[in-house]
Ligand binder design. Structure first.
Ligand code: TMP
Length: 239
C-alpha cells in the first residue's frame, strides 16, 4: 500500500490517502493534548503505544462481532483503515461517574452508575464540542433517527465488549468516547481510535488511573501508564 498525500491532520493523528481510494493510512503522533488542544506537548513514544493499543482493541472487537473500520497495523505507528464518512459526534458511554459528568451533575467521582449513560457531543472545534441531545442531532441533520438508534446500540455493544476485555486484565472501564462513520452503503461503522486517550481506565485493585487523566491532571508520566495497559493486553492470553 502506497502512502500518498495528507488528507487530514488531527490533534494526535495524521490521515493519508493511499493508492486504494477506499483506504486511509493513519499515523499516530507523539503528541498529547488537553483542554481541546489548548495544552499540547510532544510525548516521545506515545504514537507507537496508541497505534498498538488501538489495533489490539479493534481486532478484539472484530472477533466479538463489532463492525469497525480497522484493516491492519502496518508499522509501529501506522495502520490502515476503511474510508468512511465521519459523523461529527463524540459518543461517550459512562459506567462510573468521572470527568465532566461529576462537574455537570455534582456526583462524586467513582459513583457507580445504575445503567450505562450515553452522551453526545457535537464535534465542532469552533464551538468547543458542545454537549447536545438527540433532538439537536436531528435539528443539525447530523444523523437520522434510525442512524441515531443504531449508534446507541453500537455504543452499548462496544461498552459490553470493552468492559469484558478490560476486566480480563484487571482494569475497570469507567467511561470512553467513540466516533462512528457511515459507509457508502449507509452502514454505521465504529471508527477512530480506542486507547487510554479516549477511555478512563482504573486498575480494578488499586483504582490507579491508567489513562490520559495522568496527563490532564498532571499526576504522572503518561508513557509508563500506557505501556502498562499495552503489556496487560499483550499478556492477556498468558493470564
Ligand atoms: P469527559 O468526562 O471529559 O466528558 O470525558 C468522557 C470520556 O470521553 C473520557 O473517557 C475521555 C473521553 N474524551 C475523549 O476521548 N475526547 C474528548 O475530547 C473528550 C472531551 C473526552
Amino acid at each position: 500500500m502506497e502512502k500518498r498525500k495528507l488528507a487530514y491532520e488531527g490533534k494526535a493523528k495524521k490521515l493519508y490517502e493511499t493508492d486504494d481510494n477506499t483506504v486511509f493510512l493513519v499515523e499516530y503522533l507523539d503528541q498529547a493534548t488537553a483542554l481541546n488542544g489548548l495544552r499540547k506537548d510532544a510525548v516521545s513514544g506515545k504514537g507507537k503505544m496508541n497505534n498498538q493499543i488501538t489495533a489490539y482493541i479493534f481486532e478484539e472487537l472484530t472477533a466479538k462481532g463489532i463492525a469497525n473500520h480497522f484493516l491492519e497495523k502496518i508499522s509501529k505507528t501506522e495502520q490502515l483503515i476503511r474510508k468512511v464518512e465521519m459523523i461529527p459526534l463524540e459518543v461517550v458511554v459512562r459506567n462510573v461517574a468521572a470527568g465532566s459528568f461529576t462537574k455537570r451533575l455534582a456526583v462524586a467521582e467513582g459513583t457507580t452508575l445504575p445503567f450505562p449513560i450515553i452522551e453526545f457531543y457535537y464535534k465542532e472545534d469552533a464551538l468547543d464540542d458542545p454537549f447536545i441531545n438527540d433532538e439537536h442531532v436531528r435539528f443539525l441533520d447530523i444523523a437520522s433517527e434510525v442512524e441515531l438508534e443504531k449508534i446507541k446500540t453500537l455504543a452499548l455493544a462496544v461498552n459490553d465488549a470493552l468492559k469484558e476485555l478490560f476486566l480480563e486484565i484487571n482494569i475497570r472501564l469507567i467511561d470512553f468516547k467513540i466516533e462512528v462513520g457511515r459507509t457508502a452503503e449507509g452502514e454505521i461503522l465504529l471508527a477512530d481510535e480506542i486507547s487510554p486517550d479516549t477511555c478512563r481506565l482504573w486498575d480494578q485493585t488499586t483504582n490507579e488511573h491508567l489513562d490520559k487523566d495522568v496527563y490532564r491532571r498532571e499526576i504522572g508520566d503518561l508513557i509508563p501508564v500506557y505501556e502498562e495497559v499495552l503489556n496487560r493486553l499483550k499478556n492477556k492470553g498468558a493470564n
